[in-house]
Design a protein around this ligand. Structure first.
Ligand code: NDP
Length: 259
């Protein structure tokens, strides 16, 4: 087998949450290019359907869009059931759905705190729980969680302790899950990006455009990356190319955290 064959996902089924736009859309496209059939998850049904149709046209894989809120256990169960009914198994779960909210810690409402933790951390747990059951009952699989460099460094100048707490939780969750599920032939890894140009970033910059200069000054690469720059890593983590890797978090941040 050539080394490139190890990256093939032909016939595998991958669930990608937050796949209607931004990073999730790019990761879904990359997994499809490697051959995986897809379940694309987002709350907005139309956006998910559009992304699924585009990916089918571009790559020839089968893609379904299932509207679901990752914070709602009933939605997540129904999404997993629909994926199994359509494709018969789940091989890859990419827990990508996430939100960012800024507020000084002493002024942040409990509502905002709970919203971010529910989406970024509880959502990861719920999708892992239900898709993981299918992997355990099947032939194992891989779980890939979207963390952030914010799990490892303080961001500046935005104030967002809850985002950092949630992403630190994702890294820790990933490590422990890898330990508990190795016995089921399930690997778990995470990706920790730096600044990737998406709607999430555009919304933050709309609050304070001066932030961009502060961010760029910390990056060795001098620019934010497009979402597609994460595609190679998700295919690597989903495939046999990373078969001896579990519990790890891959930082992809243009050198932001180097110094
Ligand atoms: P976007 O805001 O561009 O996209 C977010 C996606 O998640 C959308 O598809 C959205 O669809 C979906 N989503 C949000 N909430 C839920 C929910 N409760 N249930 C289901 N789907 C949901 O964000 P990005 O692409 O920038 O971010 C994706 C991930 O990458 C996040 O986890 C983020 O924290 C992480 N990240 C991003 C970085 C960046 O610089 N952009 C850096 C580091 C990490 P809908 O609204 O229709 O539900």
């Amino acid at each position: 087998m050539s080394v490139l064959d190890e990256f093939a996902l032909d016939g595998d089924t991958a669930i990608v949450t937050g796949a209607s736009r931004g990073i999730g859309r790019a990761l879904a496209g990359a997994l499809a290019e490697a051959g995986a059939n897809l379940c694309l998850v987002s709350r907005t049904a139309d956006d998910g359907r559009t992304a699924a149709a585009e990916i089918e046209a571009e790559t020839g894989v089968d893609a379904i869009a299932v509207p679901a809120d990752v914070t709602e256990e009933n939605d997540v169960e129904a999404m997993v059931d629909e994926t199994l009914a359509t494709f018969g198994s789940i091989d890859v779960l990419v827990n990508n759905a996430g939100i960012a909210r800024t507020a000084p810690a002493h002024e942040m409402s409990l509502e905002t705190w709970n919203e971010v933790i529910a989406t970024n951390l509880t959502g990861v747990f719920l999708c892992t729980k239900h898709a993981g059951k299918a992997m355990i009952d099947g032939d194992g699989g891989t779980v890939i969680n979207m963390a952030s460099m914010s799990a490892f460094v303080a961001n500046y100048p935005q104030e967002e302790v809850v985002y950092h707490a949630s992403k630190g939780g994702v890294v820790s969750f990933t490590r422990q899950l890898a330990s508990e599920w190795a016995r089921y032939d399930i690997r778990a890894n995470a990706i920790a990006p730096g600044y990737i140009r998406t709607e999430m970033i555009d919304e933050l910059l709309a609050e304070n455009p001066d932030m961009e200069e502060a961010w760029l000054s910390e990056m060795l690469m001098d620019e934010m990356a497009p979402p597609g720059d994460l595609g190679g890593t998700v295919v690597y983590l989903a495939s046999d190319a990373s078969s001896y890797m579990t519990g790890e978090t891959v930082v992809i941040d243009g050198g932001y955290t180097v110094r």
